[in-house]
Design a protein around this ligand. Structure first.
Ligand SMILES: O=P(O)(O)O[C@@H]1C[C@H](O)[C@@H](CO)O1
Ligand SMILES: Nc1nc2[nH]cnc2c(=O)[nH]1
Length: 267
Protein backbone atom coordinates (compact mmCIF):
# COMPACT_ATOMS: atom_id res chain seq x y z
CA UNK A 1 0.00 0.00 0.00
CA UNK A 2 2.90 2.37 0.72
CA UNK A 3 5.45 1.96 -2.10
CA UNK A 4 8.93 3.49 -1.63
CA UNK A 5 8.20 4.36 1.98
CA UNK A 6 11.68 5.49 2.85
CA UNK A 7 12.94 6.73 -0.49
CA UNK A 8 12.15 9.30 -3.13
CA UNK A 9 12.77 12.54 -1.28
CA UNK A 10 16.34 13.57 -2.16
CA UNK A 11 16.97 16.69 -4.26
CA UNK A 12 17.53 14.50 -7.33
CA UNK A 13 14.29 12.57 -6.69
CA UNK A 14 12.30 15.81 -6.29
CA UNK A 15 13.90 17.24 -9.45
CA UNK A 16 13.07 14.10 -11.42
CA UNK A 17 9.42 14.35 -10.32
CA UNK A 18 9.20 18.08 -11.10
CA UNK A 19 10.82 17.58 -14.53
CA UNK A 20 8.43 14.69 -15.26
CA UNK A 21 5.45 16.94 -14.45
CA UNK A 22 6.81 19.92 -16.41
CA UNK A 23 7.24 17.70 -19.45
CA UNK A 24 3.51 16.83 -19.40
CA UNK A 25 2.01 20.31 -19.14
CA UNK A 26 2.58 23.85 -20.39
CA UNK A 27 1.29 25.30 -17.12
CA UNK A 28 4.11 27.07 -15.23
CA UNK A 29 2.63 27.67 -11.78
CA UNK A 30 3.76 30.50 -9.53
CA UNK A 31 1.09 29.60 -6.97
CA UNK A 32 0.64 26.20 -5.30
CA UNK A 33 -2.52 25.33 -3.37
CA UNK A 34 -3.10 22.54 -0.86
CA UNK A 35 -6.71 21.48 -0.24
CA UNK A 36 -7.56 20.31 3.28
CA UNK A 37 -10.10 17.68 4.32
CA UNK A 38 -13.38 18.20 2.50
CA UNK A 39 -11.96 21.24 0.67
CA UNK A 40 -10.96 19.49 -2.57
CA UNK A 41 -13.70 21.42 -4.42
CA UNK A 42 -11.21 24.31 -4.57
CA UNK A 43 -9.36 22.46 -7.32
CA UNK A 44 -12.52 22.39 -9.44
CA UNK A 45 -12.23 26.18 -9.79
CA UNK A 46 -9.10 25.81 -11.94
CA UNK A 47 -9.67 26.30 -15.67
CA UNK A 48 -7.98 24.37 -18.51
CA UNK A 49 -7.08 21.57 -16.14
CA UNK A 50 -4.34 19.02 -16.59
CA UNK A 51 -4.67 16.52 -13.73
CA UNK A 52 -2.54 13.63 -12.52
CA UNK A 53 -3.52 10.91 -10.07
CA UNK A 54 -0.92 10.73 -7.30
CA UNK A 55 -0.43 7.04 -8.06
CA UNK A 56 0.87 7.94 -11.55
CA UNK A 57 3.41 10.56 -10.37
CA UNK A 58 6.93 9.21 -9.76
CA UNK A 59 7.92 9.30 -6.05
CA UNK A 60 4.56 10.66 -4.93
CA UNK A 61 2.82 9.10 -1.90
CA UNK A 62 -0.84 8.03 -2.20
CA UNK A 63 -3.77 9.65 -0.40
CA UNK A 64 -5.35 7.20 2.04
CA UNK A 65 -7.87 9.46 3.79
CA UNK A 66 -11.54 9.89 2.89
CA UNK A 67 -12.06 13.48 1.66
CA UNK A 68 -8.61 13.66 -0.04
CA UNK A 69 -9.04 12.76 -3.72
CA UNK A 70 -5.36 12.21 -4.50
CA UNK A 71 -4.95 14.35 -7.63
CA UNK A 72 -2.47 17.03 -8.59
CA UNK A 73 -4.30 19.55 -10.75
CA UNK A 74 -2.58 22.14 -12.96
CA UNK A 75 -4.62 24.96 -14.46
CA UNK A 76 -5.41 28.64 -14.28
CA UNK A 77 -7.21 30.64 -11.61
CA UNK A 78 -8.22 34.15 -12.66
CA UNK A 79 -5.81 33.75 -15.59
CA UNK A 80 -2.82 32.83 -13.38
CA UNK A 81 -1.06 29.47 -13.69
CA UNK A 82 -1.58 27.37 -10.55
CA UNK A 83 -1.04 23.88 -9.27
CA UNK A 84 -3.35 22.38 -6.69
CA UNK A 85 -3.06 19.33 -4.44
CA UNK A 86 -6.51 17.81 -4.22
CA UNK A 87 -5.65 15.90 -1.08
CA UNK A 88 -2.62 16.03 1.20
CA UNK A 89 -0.65 13.59 3.33
CA UNK A 90 -0.72 13.31 7.10
CA UNK A 91 1.68 11.85 9.64
CA UNK A 92 -0.91 9.37 10.85
CA UNK A 93 -1.05 7.75 7.40
CA UNK A 94 2.28 6.15 8.28
CA UNK A 95 4.61 7.84 5.83
CA UNK A 96 7.91 9.36 7.04
CA UNK A 97 7.53 13.11 7.55
CA UNK A 98 10.06 13.79 4.75
CA UNK A 99 7.77 11.93 2.36
CA UNK A 100 4.56 13.71 3.31
CA UNK A 101 6.21 17.10 2.82
CA UNK A 102 7.83 16.17 -0.52
CA UNK A 103 5.13 18.01 -2.53
CA UNK A 104 6.37 21.34 -1.11
CA UNK A 105 9.82 20.74 -2.61
CA UNK A 106 8.27 19.65 -5.88
CA UNK A 107 6.21 22.86 -5.89
CA UNK A 108 9.45 24.80 -5.45
CA UNK A 109 11.13 22.98 -8.33
CA UNK A 110 8.07 23.58 -10.53
CA UNK A 111 8.66 27.30 -10.04
CA UNK A 112 6.06 27.99 -7.35
CA UNK A 113 6.75 31.17 -5.35
CA UNK A 114 3.68 31.29 -3.08
CA UNK A 115 1.97 28.39 -1.33
CA UNK A 116 -1.60 28.62 -0.07
CA UNK A 117 -2.59 25.91 2.36
CA UNK A 118 -6.01 25.06 3.74
CA UNK A 119 -7.12 22.67 6.43
CA UNK A 120 -10.09 21.61 8.50
CA UNK A 121 -9.54 22.35 12.18
CA UNK A 122 -11.23 22.21 15.56
CA UNK A 123 -11.86 25.59 17.18
CA UNK A 124 -10.23 26.06 20.60
CA UNK A 125 -10.84 29.80 20.84
CA UNK A 126 -14.10 30.28 22.72
CA UNK A 127 -15.15 33.09 20.35
CA UNK A 128 -15.00 30.83 17.29
CA UNK A 129 -18.04 29.25 15.61
CA UNK A 130 -18.34 26.32 13.22
CA UNK A 131 -17.95 27.72 9.69
CA UNK A 132 -15.47 30.43 10.67
CA UNK A 133 -12.40 30.87 8.49
CA UNK A 134 -9.19 31.50 10.39
CA UNK A 135 -6.24 33.20 8.71
CA UNK A 136 -3.28 31.41 10.27
CA UNK A 137 -0.78 33.87 11.73
CA UNK A 138 1.46 31.33 13.44
CA UNK A 139 1.64 27.70 14.47
CA UNK A 140 2.62 25.29 17.22
CA UNK A 141 4.42 22.35 15.59
CA UNK A 142 3.94 19.77 18.34
CA UNK A 143 5.37 16.74 16.45
CA UNK A 144 8.42 18.93 15.72
CA UNK A 145 8.92 19.50 19.48
CA UNK A 146 9.23 15.74 19.84
CA UNK A 147 11.80 15.46 17.03
CA UNK A 148 9.37 14.40 14.30
CA UNK A 149 10.42 17.32 12.11
CA UNK A 150 10.66 17.32 8.30
CA UNK A 151 14.13 18.91 8.25
CA UNK A 152 15.73 16.26 10.47
CA UNK A 153 18.57 14.52 8.65
CA UNK A 154 21.26 15.76 6.28
CA UNK A 155 20.50 19.28 5.02
CA UNK A 156 20.67 19.85 1.26
CA UNK A 157 21.67 23.50 0.79
CA UNK A 158 20.09 23.47 -2.67
CA UNK A 159 16.77 23.61 -0.81
CA UNK A 160 17.71 25.88 2.07
CA UNK A 161 19.81 26.57 5.15
CA UNK A 162 20.39 24.16 8.05
CA UNK A 163 18.63 26.36 10.62
CA UNK A 164 15.77 28.24 8.94
CA UNK A 165 14.00 31.08 10.74
CA UNK A 166 10.29 30.51 11.44
CA UNK A 167 9.33 33.80 13.12
CA UNK A 168 8.16 35.05 9.73
CA UNK A 169 6.65 31.74 8.56
CA UNK A 170 3.25 33.19 7.60
CA UNK A 171 3.56 36.12 5.21
CA UNK A 172 2.17 39.23 6.92
CA UNK A 173 1.43 41.08 3.70
CA UNK A 174 -0.70 38.20 2.42
CA UNK A 175 -2.52 37.96 5.77
CA UNK A 176 -3.37 41.67 5.61
CA UNK A 177 -4.45 41.39 1.98
CA UNK A 178 -6.75 38.46 2.81
CA UNK A 179 -8.21 40.34 5.77
CA UNK A 180 -8.86 43.45 3.65
CA UNK A 181 -10.41 41.47 0.79
CA UNK A 182 -12.48 39.42 3.27
CA UNK A 183 -13.90 42.59 4.82
CA UNK A 184 -14.61 44.03 1.37
CA UNK A 185 -16.51 40.87 0.46
CA UNK A 186 -18.60 41.07 3.64
CA UNK A 187 -16.93 38.12 5.40
CA UNK A 188 -16.24 40.08 8.60
CA UNK A 189 -18.61 38.00 10.77
CA UNK A 190 -16.79 34.75 10.12
CA UNK A 191 -13.25 35.84 9.26
CA UNK A 192 -10.78 35.28 12.13
CA UNK A 193 -7.07 35.10 12.65
CA UNK A 194 -5.15 32.91 15.02
CA UNK A 195 -2.59 30.28 15.93
CA UNK A 196 -2.94 26.76 14.49
CA UNK A 197 -1.67 23.80 16.49
CA UNK A 198 -0.57 20.69 14.60
CA UNK A 199 -0.83 17.32 16.35
CA UNK A 200 0.04 13.93 14.88
CA UNK A 201 -3.44 12.42 15.18
CA UNK A 202 -5.26 10.29 14.23
CA UNK A 203 -7.23 10.38 17.49
CA UNK A 204 -9.01 13.61 18.28
CA UNK A 205 -8.06 15.38 21.49
CA UNK A 206 -9.11 14.63 25.03
CA UNK A 207 -10.75 17.41 27.00
CA UNK A 208 -7.58 17.90 29.06
CA UNK A 209 -5.51 18.17 25.86
CA UNK A 210 -7.86 20.80 24.42
CA UNK A 211 -7.64 22.82 27.63
CA UNK A 212 -3.85 22.55 27.58
CA UNK A 213 -3.58 23.63 23.91
CA UNK A 214 -5.83 26.60 24.56
CA UNK A 215 -3.63 27.67 27.49
CA UNK A 216 -0.58 27.31 25.23
CA UNK A 217 -2.05 29.94 22.91
CA UNK A 218 -3.60 27.82 20.15
CA UNK A 219 -6.85 29.02 18.58
CA UNK A 220 -7.44 25.93 16.43
CA UNK A 221 -6.15 22.36 16.34
CA UNK A 222 -5.58 19.99 13.43
CA UNK A 223 -3.32 17.29 12.03
CA UNK A 224 -1.49 18.99 9.16
CA UNK A 225 -0.09 22.19 7.64
CA UNK A 226 2.75 23.05 10.07
CA UNK A 227 5.09 20.40 8.62
CA UNK A 228 4.36 21.67 5.09
CA UNK A 229 4.87 25.29 6.10
CA UNK A 230 8.29 24.50 7.61
CA UNK A 231 9.44 22.84 4.37
CA UNK A 232 7.94 25.55 2.17
CA UNK A 233 9.70 28.28 4.16
CA UNK A 234 12.96 26.32 4.23
CA UNK A 235 13.05 26.48 0.42
CA UNK A 236 12.04 30.14 0.33
CA UNK A 237 8.39 30.11 -0.75
CA UNK A 238 5.90 32.63 0.66
CA UNK A 239 3.17 31.02 2.75
CA UNK A 240 -0.47 31.85 3.32
CA UNK A 241 -2.75 29.45 5.19
CA UNK A 242 -6.39 29.18 6.22
CA UNK A 243 -8.27 26.90 8.62
CA UNK A 244 -11.93 26.14 8.17
CA UNK A 245 -13.35 25.62 11.65
CA UNK A 246 -15.38 22.45 11.14
CA UNK A 247 -16.08 21.66 14.79
CA UNK A 248 -15.52 23.16 18.21
CA UNK A 249 -13.01 21.37 20.40
CA UNK A 250 -14.70 19.80 23.42
CA UNK A 251 -13.49 21.68 26.51
CA UNK A 252 -16.14 20.74 29.03
CA UNK A 253 -16.81 17.41 30.80
CA UNK A 254 -20.58 18.06 30.64
CA UNK A 255 -20.55 18.32 26.84
CA UNK A 256 -22.17 15.60 24.71
CA UNK A 257 -20.27 16.73 21.56
CA UNK A 258 -17.91 14.23 19.91
CA UNK A 259 -15.44 15.16 17.13
CA UNK A 260 -15.67 12.91 14.06
CA UNK A 261 -14.18 12.84 10.56
CA UNK A 262 -17.58 12.91 8.77
CA UNK A 263 -18.33 16.31 10.28
CA UNK A 264 -14.81 17.51 9.53
CA UNK A 265 -14.76 16.39 5.90
CA UNK A 266 -18.35 17.37 5.15
CA UNK A 267 -19.52 13.83 4.53
O1 LIG B 1 -5.87 17.77 5.85
P1 LIG B 1 -6.60 18.40 7.01
O2 LIG B 1 -5.69 18.99 8.01
O3 LIG B 1 -7.67 19.35 6.57
O4 LIG B 1 -7.37 17.20 7.72
C1 LIG B 1 -8.03 17.27 8.98
C2 LIG B 1 -7.15 16.70 10.04
C3 LIG B 1 -7.36 15.22 9.85
O5 LIG B 1 -6.65 14.74 8.75
C4 LIG B 1 -8.76 15.11 9.53
C5 LIG B 1 -9.56 14.84 10.74
O6 LIG B 1 -10.87 14.52 10.40
O7 LIG B 1 -9.12 16.39 8.96
N1 LIG C 1 -6.77 17.20 15.82
C1 LIG C 1 -7.90 17.69 15.28
N2 LIG C 1 -7.99 17.79 13.96
C2 LIG C 1 -9.13 18.28 13.45
N3 LIG C 1 -9.46 18.51 12.18
C3 LIG C 1 -10.71 19.04 12.19
N4 LIG C 1 -11.17 19.14 13.43
C4 LIG C 1 -10.19 18.68 14.24
C5 LIG C 1 -10.08 18.56 15.66
O1 LIG C 1 -10.96 18.90 16.44
N5 LIG C 1 -8.90 18.06 16.12
Amino acid sequence: MFPDLNTGFTYEDCKATADWLLAQTDVRPLVGIVCGSGLGGLADMLKDQVAFNYKDIPNFPQSTVHGHAGRLVFGTLKGRDCVCMQGRFHLYEGYPIQKITLPMRIFKLLGVETVMLTNAAGGLNQDFKVGDIMIIKDHLNIPGFAGNHPLVGPNDERFGVRFPCMSDAYDRELQQLAMDVGHELGFTDFLREGVYCMLGGPSFETIAECRMLSKLGADAVGMSTAHEVVVARHCGMRVFALSLITNLAVMDYDSEEKANHEEVSGG
